[in-house]
Design a protein around this ligand. Structure first.
Ligand code: NDP
Length: 445
């Protein structure tokens, strides 16, 4: 590492102690930017990187609510408004007991570059809470969402900050959050994305992250002169991203043989029956092991990490951060994986990423490969502003075009900086340059 990047990293570490995920995300981006910093001295002079690693605004707030037994519960809410150089802050809300400021900052930081890559006019932000929706009644989830929005509403708006879903936030939660926003402000406006179709949502938003991931991976496979037909695919998670990635892979002739949840994973050599998974996870909010009651020949294993020991051609981690480590990467490589693309945010550890790159496995980093969700959120914002609704095919074809463009940007940037084949560096560089140009134009603010 150059001394510039080294000292910057030391500075960020000292200013943000006890935020390992944020520091991991910053380190990855800074390392990629080394050749850019050398070629463009104004980046150092204008302190662009020092500015970009510092959120424009961070909010932390109390979220009190009363559960079904009448007991008062207190959670902590977060919204990090990271960078608005390219447009209103945009990024999801995560509801999971592991949520803390460092996790939200890592997600918000990644979001800046991801959103830039989509070329839509949106800045980067992220939010959430340590509330655990698992095991809560609909009424409890509603009470929590209403309390959360009772504080958040004063900081967001269709031209200021537009949150969306993430882990633990799907259509149900967005509905409750939107209802409360509307009650408090008296505005029916596109302040959240991922809304229901009946009140301003966009067709294809639900499918977008998973479909976009597969469109991106298709380009990776094309560069290896191959496609999805007959490929064995392992996907982790069984939430929004995993389900629609599975659907698209299957429609293109690939065979998805494994999925997981936070308790364990299923292996179905005959190919996953997606309708059963959707019933269990989307309708009944159940556990993935229930799959065996419909497909008794499938095998369930308790614990998630073993999913990467299943031999496959393509691996799509779609669950959570750091779920695929160096050991898992080594096994995937030994078993002949040719492509890995990240549906989740930062699911591969740095050790895993360097092994994939060294072994010439095609590797699609999250901020490029999973940008389809936020890109389609931006399309939802456009439709809300125009008071129009596009058809499913119209949105899907725009999404496809955006994912193709992201791939091309990342590939071209990697080649322009002598890092051919390294889409991690390419995506970081292309995303950063877009934000940097806007920041330079807007002065020191
Ligand atoms: P969901 O809440 O819909 O699903 C998350 C899935 O991951 C669930 O199946 C959950 O299991 C599983 N999971 C959680 N933790 C673990 C773990 N430690 N090991 C194995 N499985 C686990 O979330 P999404 O599908 O929306 O999000 C998944 C990832 O994709 C996140 O990293 C998110 O940030 C990222 N992402 C999502 C986008 C979107 O549009 N939704 C956009 C871009 C990125 P369980 O059912 O047990 O909780």
């Amino acid at each position: 590492m150059s001394s510039f990047v080294d000292s910057l990293l030391a500075q960020v570490t000292a200013r943000n102690p006890a935020e390992p995920e944020f520091l991991q995300a910053v380190k990855e981006v800074l390392e990629s930017l080394e050749p850019v910093v050398q070629k463009r001295p104004e980046i150092t002079k204008l302190k662009l990187i020092e500015r970009i690693v510092e959120p424009e605004r961070q909010l932390m707030f109390r979220v009190p609510w009363i559960d079904d037994l009448g007991v008062i519960q207190i959670n902590r809410g977060f919204r990090v408004q990271f960078n608005s150089a390219l447009g209103p802050y945009k990024g999801g809300l995560r509801l999971h007991p592991s949520v803390n400021l460092g996790i939200i900052k890592f997600l918000g930081f990644e979001q800046i570059f991801k959103n830039a890559l989509t070329t839509t006019p949106i800045g980067g932000g992220k939010g959430g809470s340590d509330f655990d929706p698992k095991g809560k009644s609909d009424n409890e989830v509603m009470k929590f969402c209403q309390s959360f929005m009772s504080e958040l509403f004063r900081h967001i708006g269709p031209d200021t900050d537009v949150p969306a879903g993430d882990i633990g936030v799907g259509g149900r939660e967005i509905g409750y959050l939107y209802g409360q926003y509307k009650k408090l402000t008296n505005f029916f406006t596109g302040v959240l994305t991922g809304k229901g179709l009946g009140y301003g949502g966009s067709l294809a938003r639900t499918e977008a992250t998973g479909y976009g991931l597969v469109y991106f991976t298709t380009r990776m496979l094309e560069d290896r002169k191959t496609d999805w037909k007959g490929k064995k695919v392992v996907i982790s998670g069984s939430g929004n991203v995993a389900i629609y990635a599975t659907q698209k892979v299957q429609s293109l002739g690939g065979k998805v043989i494994a999925l997981s949840d936070s308790n364990g994973y299923i292996l179905d050599e005959e190919g996953i029956d997606l309708k059963t998974i959707q019933r269990i996870k989307e309708v009944e909010r159940g556990r993935i092991k229930e799959y065996l009651s419909v497909r008794p020949k499938a095998v369930y294993t308790e614990g998630c990490s073993g999913i990467w020991t299943i031999p496959c051609d393509v691996a799509l981690p779609c669950a959570t951060q750091n779920e695929l480590d160096g050991k898992a990467a080594a096994i995937l490589i030994k078993n002949g994986v040719i492509a890995v693309a990240e549906g989740a945010n930062m699911p591969s550890t740095p050790e895993a990423v360097s092994q994939f790159l060294a072994a010439k496995v095609s590797f699609g980093p999250a901020k490029a490969a999973n940008a389809g969700g936020v890109a389609t959120s931006a399309l939802e914002m456009s439709q809300n502003s125009m008071r129009l609704s596009w058809s499913f095919d119209e949105v899907d074809s725009k999404l496809h075009g955006i994912m193709d463009n992201i791939y091309t940007q990342a590939k071209n940037a990697s080649e322009a900086y002598g890092l051919s084949g390294n889409l991690v560096a390419g995506a970081n560089i292309a995303g950063f340059l877009r934000v940097a140009e806007a920041m330079i134009a807007q002065g020191v603010v």
